[in-house]
Design a protein around this ligand. Structure first.
Ligand SMILES: [Zn+2]
Ligand SMILES: [Zn+2]
Length: 349
């Protein structure tokens, strides 16, 4: 059985805007935020150097732009989109457990206020529990006013008999749903924690994993296109000025290394998405209590490639999705070896 908890946090829109602005324009008095801002500036400068040098040195490209402006326009559009996606991902929320708890408690309180017919705090559809909140009624219940609804929701996702204490984060004292982990850089628990990205200065989790995938996809495409333009320049202008060629070759070599890294990263994250895993779960599989003992080739949270892709693509940072631990019966079904019939019926999809 699959239990899916979804809660929509409806905080004051002004709060959300100010929080986003604060994340985008870090306070310079905070060393962590200062280094994050330094990295962002460095990344933008690096992008500008690669593209600027190309337009500065390559007169053929300028000529081509005059004849076929659409070609350069698409390239520059990809450049702007990649930088914008970087800032968009960097400022997005990975889905903090604390926010999910606040939303779940608000949902429960509102439900109890408005409904008198049912005692279930969540609607059930196709074996999934979906919790929604009406935006107009948000913010009336302070955080933690009814921690038991969160406790019940989370403990339902663990096998019966599990202790609340063993799943409570010792740093933020919050009950963690399955797949959540405390990030020491953000000092918060993150839903479906993937990793903390230093380049972006934020965690990658359930709320922004899709944005992160698109960012590396755009960055790979930009790197590839820029590399092609560099190679075309070197082919046509190899004997003009040695120092120009030297600069272009150095930049092309670093660009090629970045491209290989980005391609591998893109492939790796595509694999994670297709199998519904996170980097943390893959790397620390033997150390995570709920994954210990599960055979390597079994992906406990996978619902088939198509469903995994659908859930990944339509995940929004404003919706918190929590997955329960699979039962022993589900794991047994998933670990069954593939037969010819399974291949024909696309069991993996
Ligand atoms: Zn924590
Ligand atoms: Zn983090």
């Amino acid at each position: 059985m699959t239990i899916l908890g979804m809660c929509r946090p409806f905080r004051d829109p002004w709060d959300r805007v100010s929080e986003r602005c604060f994340r985008c324009f870090p306070c310079l008095s905070d060393p962590a935020r200062r280094s994050s801002l330094g990295l962002k500036v460095a990344l933008v400068i690096l992008h500008l150097i690669y593209v600027g040098v190309l337009f500065l040195f390559d007169s053929d490209l300028i000529e081509k732009t005059k004849k076929e402006p659409w070609y350069t326009a698409i390239y520059l559009l990809l450049f702007v989109a990649t930088v914008a996606q970087y800032f968009f991902t960097s400022g997005s929320s990975p889905g903090y457990v604390l926010d999910a708890m606040r939303a779940a408690n608000e949902t429960d309180a509102i439900f109890r206020k408005t409904s008198t017919t049912s005692k279930q705090p969540a609607s059930s559809k196709n074996g999934s529990y979906v919790i929604t909140v009406d935006g107009s009624q948000s913010g009336k219940n302070p955080l933690g006013s009814n921690a038991t609804s969160w406790t019940k929701l989370v403990m339902d996702m663990y096998p019966p008999g599990s202790s609340v204490r063993s799943w409570t984060c010792t740093y933020c004292n919050v009950l963690q749903p399955p797949r959540a982990k405390h990030c020491h850089d953000c000092d918060k628990c993150v839903l479906q924690f993937d990793h903390h990205c230093v380049w972006l200065g934020t965690c990658i989790g359930q709320g922004n994993h899709c944005r992160f995938w698109w960012y590396i996809c755009e960055e790979t495409a930009l790197c590839l296109w820029t590399g092609i333009l560099y190679i075309s320049y070197l082919k046509a202008n190899i004997s003009r000025a040695w120092w120009m060629d030297a600069i272009m070759i150095v930049l092309l070599v670093t660009l090629s290394i970045s491209l290989i890294f980005l391609l591998l990263l893109l492939l790796f994250h595509s694999y994670l998405v297709a199998t519904n895993q996170t980097t943390y779960e893959l790397v620390r599989r033997r150390r995570i209590p709920y994954l210990r003992g599960i055979p390597e080739r079994v992906y406990p949270f996978s619902k088939g490639v198509c469903t995994n892709l659908y859930e990944f693509c339509f995940a929004r940072s404003s919706i918190y999705r929590m997955e329960p631990l699979p039962s022993a019966q589900e794991l047994e079904i998933k670990s069954r070896p593939y037969t010819c019939l399974d291949v024909l019926t696309c069991r993996c999809c």
